[in-house]
Every structure is written in structure tokens, then in C-alpha cells.
Write a protein that binds this ligand. Structure first.
Ligand code: AMP
Length: 216
């Protein structure tokens, strides 16, 4: 199966993608993680991407499209893949269709996780991540608090907030979603490839709804 996950930041795309990867045995590609790796590599592309990332803005289409197409060409993607965080613009969606067509493949379906804005702000502003790169455990000050405030339960490292989870960056990310990414849903809807799934409820409940929606 070749899937894309659409939805606002904080919709649970990452969590649901991991559950689907385990269930379907497909490769999970998070473009947010790819961008963070590229920034950490401190290459010219990474330095360029950082300027956009830190402001909560989308990185330029040409940069992200090249990274994704290179990744999809890796042999492990032949079993199927799930793109999490891509495409976010019509240009990216069209580039993905062209790349798949030239490999005589096509997208199975686009899953749209629907979550209201106020819920997105609540989820993202409380998110905390373990600062140890080897650990990287996720917490939430309200929903999944650590036992000791500000410290990772697993390794004791300090917890940090992602730069783009600060309130002004969240606002910009939501604006970017509404202005640009919503049109991607329309792009797929026009060819009958969208499955809308309400992203509220427990992770397991949402997972079951997704499986039903994609017929897996
Ligand atoms: P995420 O972790 O998916 O919320 O992505 C974090 C950040 O990475 C975004 O705010 C963008 O700066 C960048 N990014 C990730 N995916 C894309 C994409 N498909 N197009 C442009 N920028 C992206």
C-alpha cells in the first residue's frame, strides 16, 4: 500500500503512522524527521531549511520534493510506504504523482485526519521531548506528564520543547496548513482518493477507524 497522511500539525499523524507501519509492514517516512536530520547535518541544504523550520514555515517545495523522491527510490520502499507530513502543497502532490507514474506506480489513498484548531494548539503547546538523541521519548504536560517535572522517565535527561511548538510558531504552522495544505486534500478529493477520519479519541480508536477507512 502507498499512502499519504494529511492533517494539521498535532493531528496524530506520527502516532498513527507508526501503528500502521507495524500493522501493514510498510515504510514510514516523516518529512518533519527528514528535515530535522537535514538541519542536524549542517549541510547547505540543512542551513537553508533551518531558516524556514525555526519560523514554523514550510521549507521550499524544491528542497522537500528532492529529499522525498530520493527517499522513495530506496529499495525498502518497494514494499509500500506511508508519507507523514508530505505533500503539503499542490506542487508537492503533483510531483509525487509524477514520480510514482514514472515508476509505473500510483498512490493507494490519502488519509485526512480531521482535528479542530483549538485541540491542535492544546496538543502541541504541551508537547515535550527528551533532549537525549538516543532516547527522544515524547511527553505532554497535560496528557502524558513525566513522573518528575521536566525530566525524562526513561533516561533522566531534561525535557525540551521543539522550537516550532512555541505558540507563535504553532499559529504560523496552522496558518500554513489552512492556506496551503487544505488545497492538497481538494487535489486528492478531485480524483476520489481521500478518506476522512476524525482524529479525536484514543490512538487505538483512531487506528481502527483508519484501518476501516483504507480497507486494510
Ligand atoms: P512536522 O514535524 O511534520 O510538523 O514538520 C516540521 C517542519 O518541517 C514544518 O513546520 C516545515 O518547516 C518542515 N516540513 C516538513 N514537511 C514538510 C513539507 N512537506 N513541506 C514543507 N516543509 C515541511
Amino acid at each position: 500500500m502507498r499512502l499519504v497522511f494529511l492533517g494539521p500539525p498535532g493531528a496524530g499523524k506520527g502516532t498513527q503512522a507508526k501503528l500502521l507501519r507495524e500493522r501493514l509492514g510498510i515504510v514510514h517516512i516523516s518529512t518533519g524527521d527528514m528535515i530535522r536530520d537535514t538541519i542536524a547535518s549542517q549541510t547547505p541544504t540543512g542551513r537553508k531549511a533551518k531558516q524556514f523550520y525555526d519560523r514554523g514555515e514550510l521549507v521550499p517545495d524544491a528542497v522537500i520534493v528532492e529529499l522525498v523522491i530520493e527517499r522513495l527510490a530506496q529499495p525498502d520502499c518497494s514494499v509500500g510506504f506511508l508519507l507523514d507530513g508530505f505533500p503539503r502543497t499542490n506542487i508537492q502532490a503533483a510531483a509525487l504523482d509524477r514520480a510514482l507514474e514514472s515508476a509505473k506506480l500510483s498512490l493507494s489513498v490519502a488519509v485526512l485526519l480531521v482535528v479542530p484548531d483549538d485541540e491542535v494548539v492544546r496538543r502541541l503547546s504541551g508537547r515535550r521531548i527528551c533532549s537525549s538523541p538516543q532516547c527522544g521519548a515524547n511527553y505532554h504536560v497535560e496528557f502524558v506528564p513525566p513522573k518528575l517535572s521536566g525530566k525524562c522517565d526513561l533516561c533522566g535527561s531534561d525535557l525540551k520543547q521543539r522550537d516550532d511548538d512555541r505558540p507563535d510558531a504553532i499559529r504560523r504552522r496552522l496558518e500554513a496548513f489552512h492556506q496551503q495544505t487544505a488545497e492538497v486534500a481538494a487535489y486528492y478529493r478531485a480524483t476520489g482518493r481521500v478518506r476522512d477520519v476524525a482524529g479525536l479519541g484514543s490512538a487505538d480508536e483512531v487506528h481502527r477507524k483508519i484501518l476501516a477507512a483504507i480497507g486494510a
